[in-house]
Ligand binder design. Structure first.
Ligand code: NAP
Length: 455
């Protein structure tokens, strides 16, 4: 039987191996999930909330174990892994407290005696998830979906199967009936068969745009709804009135957190001409000073990439950008030794048509772009096939808000790095996907928005 081998990206050593399940076993798990849906959908919000609070407690009680697991499997620094688990626990509590209100009936005044909209669960949702936030991405899909009365099956990224099994186990320990949340350790080649399974009613995918295109087209053929959370090449505009110390601190954190592998990370820094050289010099100094190292070391600022092939792919994109005329200011060399390490890298003077401008660089590589003025900065920022998150750094909040409204993205933040927050909708436009997760908009993606009319 085929298996999933987990390699610690910091050491290159094998840390675990899990048997893949066959298509037949996966389909049995999905059938079980469909059976569970018939009773789960009838539970009250209070009953579901109680289990969600249990899950929150389990995540908190086992924080260290889960954090170590995430770090071992995908290389995130241990402090950031702990924060990820804390955030998961918060999401569970938030939807335990608020799902009922987010899904309350909405009365609409018509000539009927009574008319309203009600939100009913639809069935088993398939989630195809990435490795970069191995606990949070799953929780962000599963908690709202389950609170709405659906059940879920997970096809997680192969390199974080330990996290997938830990989550399945945590849901079971919290008291969720068998089949409410199940892990399918399958090869991604089987995703087509799973989408075609009659018991799957909808699909959500978080990952790269090629995976999104493939999954969305199969789901479309089968008339199954999808939500797509895809890649980004987020622009952060740095205006000429900023405090450069603060702006470069945020830029360094934004580009290096999660080892540079965050979908909403600041990737393209669009900097006004008046401060461009000064910004670049200070940013280079801070990126160079950030400590790359073993992710379990509390003093490490950023660790390795999640896999060797991803590191090599990123390096290829850096070389391509330089060959196209991009200026390599820092990094850009694969270090000797074990592990999937890649140093903090800065590519400057980038223009449309260069790899580092046009495509997502999923790692600790910053693209720096010169803009003449505010209007030019918006033009450059929006000159992208992606539109996930973006930001503006400025001392003038009104000027920042004006530009934030012009940015083509699902989220635009002023003077703060974009984050996903359970109280606010999250998603993208253009090739960054469609649909939303979180908040009322997200929890209502996988429901039957049903009209009731009483004459
Ligand atoms: P990925 O290669 O697209 O993989 C994501 C998931 O899709 C994995 O479970 C993978 O399984 C599966 N998969 C890949 N190709 C598939 C196919 N053709 N058919 C069905 N399933 C397929 O992405 P990744 O490298 O894990 O994650 C990085 C990408 O995700 C980046 O582009 C990042 O920006 C994006 N992302 C977006 C968000 C968001 O909220 N918008 C959040 C996080 C990450 P295997 O692992 O088995 O290949």
């Amino acid at each position: 039987m085929a298996s999933t081998i987990i390699i610690n990206p910091a050491t290159g050593e094998k840390v675990a191996e899990y048997d893949r399940i066959t298509k037949e076993v996966a389909k049995e798990k999905i059938a079980r999930s469909r059976k569970t849906f018939d009773s789960w959908k009838k539970k009250t919000f209070e009953e579901r909330s109680q289990l969600m609070r249990n899950l929150s407690n389990i995540l908190e009680a086992n924080k260290e174990e889960y954090a170590q697991l995430a770090t071992r499997e995908m290389g995130k620094t241990i402090g950031q892994s702990r924060k990820e688990i804390e955030k998961c626990a918060w999401v569970c509590r938030y939807y335990a407290d608020n799902a009922k209100e987010l899904l309350a009936n909405e009365t609409v005044k018509t000539e009927a005696a009574k008319s309203y909209v009600t939100f009913q669960p639809i069935g088993v949702i398939l989630a195809v998830m990435p490795w970069n936030f191995p606990f949070y991405q799953v929780i962000r899909f599963a908690v709202p979906a389950l609170m709405a009365g659906n059940t879920g099956v997970l096809k997680h990224a192969s390199n974080v199967q330990g996290c997938a099994f830990a989550l399945e186990d945590a849901f079971a320990k919290a008291g969720f009936p068998e089949g409410t949340f199940s892990n399918l350790n399958i090869d991604s080649k089987l995703v087509k068969d799973i989408i075609e399974d009659e018991n799957i009613v909808a699909v959500t995918l978080t990952g790269s745009d090629p995976a999104g295109r493939s999954v969305a087209s199969i789901a479309g053929q089968n008339l199954k709804k999808t939500v797509m959370e895809l890649g980004g090449s987020d622009a952060y505009i740095v205006l000429d009135d900023v405090d450069l110390e603060e702006a470069t601190d945020l830029a360094t954190l934004g580009r290096l957190q999660n080892n540079g592998q965050t979908c909403i990370a600041a990737k393209r820094f669009v900097v006004l001409d008046a401060i461009y050289d000064e910004f670049l010099a200070l940013f280079t100094k801070k990126m160079e000073a950030a400590k790359m190292g073993e992710p379990t070391d509390e003093n490490t600022y950023y660790g390795p990439l999640a896999r060797l092939d991803l590191r090599d792919q990123l390096h290829g994109q850096v070389l391509k950008t330089v060959a196209q005329g991009g200026r390599l200011v820092l990094g850009g060399q694969i270090p000797d030794g074990k592990g999937a390490y890649y140093p903090a890298t800065i590519l400057a003077d980038l223009e449309p048509g260069m790899e580092g401008f046009d495509n997502e660089l999923f790692g600790p590589v910053a693209s720096v772009i010169r803009a003449k003025d505010d209007a030019h900065a918006i033009e450059l920022a929006n000159n992208s096939r992606f539109g996930l998150g973006s930001g503006v750094f400025t001392a003038n909040k009104e000027r920042g808000e004006k530009l934030a409204l012009l940015l083509e993205a699902g989220s635009s933040f002023v003077n703060k790095l974009v984050v996903s927050d359970p109280r606010l909708p999250f998603g993208g436009v253009k090739n960054s996907g469609y649909g939303r997760e979180l908040a009322a908009y997200g929890i209502r993606e996988f429901v039957n928005t049903k009209t009731i009319w009483i004459e």
